[in-house]
Design a protein. Structure first.
Length: 160
């Protein structure tokens, strides 16, 4: 592994940990030439899944796009980076378990929304507003209606 700072191909592993629920290994390394530390990740080669876009084009699945979308939806929410990474790992795990070869972008978006709905309702609405291209307030109301109805049918605690 080449050092990203001095490009020397001589380092040592300081620490190794499993991440993404055991699907990856994160290694902390130190360059023996410049002494700087850096991280590397090892993931198993998986069958490349293509995302079929609305216009019919296909592009490789990129977990970083899911993470970016979730991070934007969770902006200024009480959600840590580790929680977002865990959510991405769960979504990615579902994709590789359920789909072989291709997944439609619509299906992928719905899967992300399904996870967000249970995780953080504000982040869910933020994501939905971009994903479903809300144009006015009625779109928000339409999306929130089922959530509000479910909330009203739950038994209330005596202190409310």
């Amino acid at each position: 592994m080449r050092c990203p700072f001095c490009r020397e191909d001589h380092d040592r592993v300081i620490d190794s940990r499993t991440v993404d629920d055991g699907f990856s290994i994160r290694r902390r390394r130190q360059c023996l030439r410049c002494g700087r530390r850096f991280r590397t990740y090892e993931r198993p080669d998986e069958i490349a899944i293509k995302v079929v876009k609305k216009n019919g084009t296909r592009e490789p699945f990129q977990r970083s796009k899911i993470r970016t979308g979730l991070a934007k939806a969770c902006w200024k929410r009480p959600v840590s980076d580790d929680q977002i990474d865990s959510l991405v790992a769960d979504i990615e795990s579902d994709i590789y378990a359920e789909y072989e070869g291709e997944i439609e972008s619509r299906t992928l978006g719905e899967l992300v929304m399904q996870y967000l709905k249970d995780f953080d309702q504000v982040a869910y609405v933020r994501f939905a507003s971009v994903y479903r291209e809300f144009t006015d307030v009625s779109d928000f109301v339409h999306e929130l209606q089922p959530m509000l109805q479910n909330r009203d049918t739950r038994p209330r605690s005596p202190d409310r």
